[in-house]
Structures are given as C-alpha cells and as structure tokens.
Design a protein around this ligand. Structure first.
Ligand code: NIG
Ligand code: FE
Length: 423
C-alpha cells in the first residue's frame, strides 16, 4: 500500500491525553459548556508552518501525517499554551517592604494613601531607562514561558506621564520582538493619580484625554499594527465611573479598545460601564453584585478573575466565580502579575487557586486559562485551543491528565513548551 501520508514539520506522538479545549460557536465557553476540554486519549498532534495541522487519535493522525521531526510525549498530557490576559509585567524595583508592612497590619489602600503602592513603583519606573525596564522584565517572561504561558497581555501604568508611558510601550514592543512569547499591550495611563496631580484627579484625566491618549495613538500608528487596549483602575480613591468613562471614550475615539479594572475593593458601577462600552474584559470582580453578574452573562465582555491578588493581599477571595459561570458569563483567569499585590508568573498556580478559592472545577479553570483567556484578548480565533489552523502553541506536562494541573501545586509540571511550532 503506498504511503500517502502528508509530510509536516513536527509530529507530537504518544500523547496520553490531549486537551483540545475548543471554542464554542466561535466564541468563549459559557455556562454548561465551560470546561469542555474535548480530551482525546492516546493522541497525536501534527504541526506545520507554525500551525496545528491535525489533533486527534494517534492512529488517525499518524495515518494522515508523517513528521519531519517527531517528539515523543511519553504518554503525558498535552494542552494548548496558556494565555495570561492581565499582567503588569513591566516595572522597576520591588515592593517587598510593603509586603512586610501588610503582614504587620497595614492595608493595601492605606499604604497607597501614604505615598507607597502604585506610586512607589511609578517613581522607580520613571527613573529607569527603556533598556533597564527590558532587562528587569525579560526574566519574568522567561519564568512565564517555563510555566507554560505562550501569550501574555502586558499593561503600562507605572509611567503616568506621557514620555514614561511611551517608554513602557516601547519596552513591551521591543520585548515582543525579542523573545518567544506574544505580548499584547494595554495602555493603563489611568492606573493611579500621579503625585504631581494629587487631589486633582480631573486635571489628570484632562491630561490623559488631551495629551497622553493622542500620543499613544501616534505611537500605535508608528509601532503597533495590532490591537491596542485602554484600561482604567476604576476604584474608590482612584478613578470614579465618570472619570473612567471619559478616559475609555477618549481611547475609543483614538482606536483603543476598552478593558477595565473594576470591583477590586468596592463596587462603583464599573461593570455596567464595561458592558455598555462593549469592553474586551472587566477584571478583578471581588465586589461584583448579582445584577452585574447578570449584566456580564448577557454581554461579550469577558470576566477576568485574578485569584492571586486576594491571595497576595491575604484577603478573602469573594469573586462570584461559580455564579458568573452558572449565569453564562465568559469567565477567564489571569495572574495580574505586578509588584504590589501579586508577583506571580505561574498560571498553573492560578489554576490551583481557582479550583480552591473560587471553586471552579479543574476543567473549568483550564478552559478559563486557555480558550476563554484568548477571547479576553480578542485572539480566540487564533490561539487558546488545539483546533486545526490555529497557532501551534502547546505544552507537554509531566502529568497523566488535566486534573493534575490544578490538583498539584508549587512545582512546575511544564516539560516542553511549543510556541508557533518551535520547541
Ligand atoms: O491589578 N489594582 C490595580 N493594579 C494592580 C496593582 C498594581 C500595584 O499595586 O502595583 C492590580 O492589583
Ligand atoms: Fe491589575
């Protein structure tokens, strides 16, 4: 019998369990569909030109494809590369001192009000050069990749003045071009009120609307052909809903898609604003009300939950994850990696937290950190699942099945990470 198998760049063979984690009707997994991993036992994955050519039962895939290279998965688990849709990965210095102060009883907001918090990192970041920021950020990206993350959203927001925010965007674009992970930039000029505008939040919003956002739009035209997001920390003591609306609407006029930090401490109405503006995501949601859960269920806005943040702050995790999932909202997970509340580069650790603090099932948590996270950054058509035609971003885990990714915690089980077909 002639061998009619097509030649592909790479065949990952001898997979014990392959989790495909398909999109649902071209969108995120919702309601009863959340956690549909479409697992295949005894599977193989064919990769060609950086994309998935086929994923399925070993016999079928091997009958149809021969690999120029072959990788033996040794009977282990293979999943899509993890997607981290909310990080503040570019910053200078650290805040270990504030961590100790919090353990001694000070709250995050008290430390911030006394000039620490985000503004402490702003001082250190403004003083750093672009090269410095890149050098400090690169090892964080390496640790993420080693833990199985292949795409990561990265926010600015530690510059809070035009030039420093543009330097952060340049650092993100430079890093995107010089290491394997794909970076998705977000302009977060509305992260806090910088010290020179203390007590004058509206004047800082004027600066954002009249100077910073136009400068960011100009940067985008020059350096970033892909989508660029605009985020705001909508919170008591930071930006109220009216100020948040002004910033996000100015961003929209400049071609930036909204996303938003809301309900981290207090529910101000940020979720209603996010759904009204058709934001890509609304994130944190610790204080989210039942009405807002219903709003999210009826919208395209992805609810991004960040369980490392209350864990890092040592406060209860009150995000209504199960209610959101049951109502049919698109739920995703992220690290929120930042120097203040959650210096966490590991999405597997987030899976461990999400299954305990948020009571998601292991399958729901994994879908939330892959396909739904991909939709939170509007790339659900290209990444987040192992469907044919998608980017070949995959992880071989030193584990027999998907439950081990959240059942076990603290050790890194990622064994081989493949990004765009490259091992
Ligand atoms: O998502 N909430 C605002 N921003 C970050 C904290 C940033 C910081 O403290 O440096 C967060 O938790
Ligand atoms: Fe954040």
């Amino acid at each position: 019998m002639p061998n009619s198998a097509a030649l592909v760049d790479l065949l990952i063979d001898n997979i014990g369990q392959l989790c495909i984690i398909p999109a649902y009707d071209g969108g995120p997994q919702r309601g009863p569909r959340l956690g549909d991993l479409a697992p295949v036992e005894h599977a193989a994955l064919a990769v060609h030109m950086g994309r998935i050519a086929a994923a399925g039962p070993r016999d079928e895939v091997r009958r149809a494809y021969t690999g120029r290279d072959t990788l033996d998965a040794g009977g282990r688990l293979v999943t899509p590369g993890l997607v981290d849709p909310h990080t503040h990965l570019v910053w200078a210095g650290d805040r270990a001192e504030e961590f100790e102060q919090r353990l001694q009883g000070k709250t995050y907001m008290e430390i911030a009000a006394a000039g620490g918090g985000i503004n402490r990192t702003v001082r250190l970041t403004r003083a750093a050069s672009r090269a410095d920021l890149i050098a400090q950020t690169r090892p964080r990206l390496e640790r993420m990749l080693r833990c199985g993350t292949t795409t990561v959203e990265v926010k600015t927001g530690y510059g809070l003045e035009t030039a420093a925010e543009i330097t952060m965007l340049d650092a993100i674009a430079d890093l995107n071009a010089s290491q394997p992970l794909d970076l998705i930039p977000t302009f977060l000029g509305g992260h806090d009120i910088p010290p020179e505008y203390a007590g004058q939040a509206d004047a800082y919003v004027d600066l954002l609307v009249n100077e910073m956002i136009p400068a960011v739009a100009e940067w985008k035209a020059r350096r970033w052909p892909g989508p660029l997001y605009c985020d705001v920390f909508c919170e008591k003591g930071v930006f109220d809903v009216a100020q948040t609306r002004r910033i996000l609407e100015a961003g929209l006029r400049a071609g930036l898609t909204p996303r938003l930090h809301a309900d981290e401490f207090v529910s101000l109405g940020g979720v209603a604003l996010a759904t009204e503006l058709n934001a890509a995501s609304v994130d944190h949601l610790l204080a989210t009300t039942p009405d807002d859960v219903a709003r999210l269920a009826g919208s395209r806005t992805v609810a991004v939950l960040l369980p490392a943040t209350p864990f890092g702050l040592g406060i209860p995790n009150t995000a209504p994850a199960r209610e959101l999932a049951a109502a049919g909202a698109a739920v995703a997970l992220a690290t929120d990696c930042n120097p203040g509340t959650a210096w966490c580069e590991s999405l597997p650790f987030i899976l461990a937290l999400a299954t305990r603090a948020l009571r998601l099932t292991p399958a729901q948590a994994l879908a939330a950190a892959t396909i739904n996270a991909a939709f939170a950054v509007e790339r659900g058509d290209r990444i987040g699942s192992l469907e044919p035609g998608k980017m070949a971003d995959a992880v071989i885990w030193d584990a027999p099945d998907y439950r081990h990714l959240s059942y076990r915690f603290g050790a890194n089980l990622a064994q081989v990470v493949i990004k765009g077909g490259q091992v």
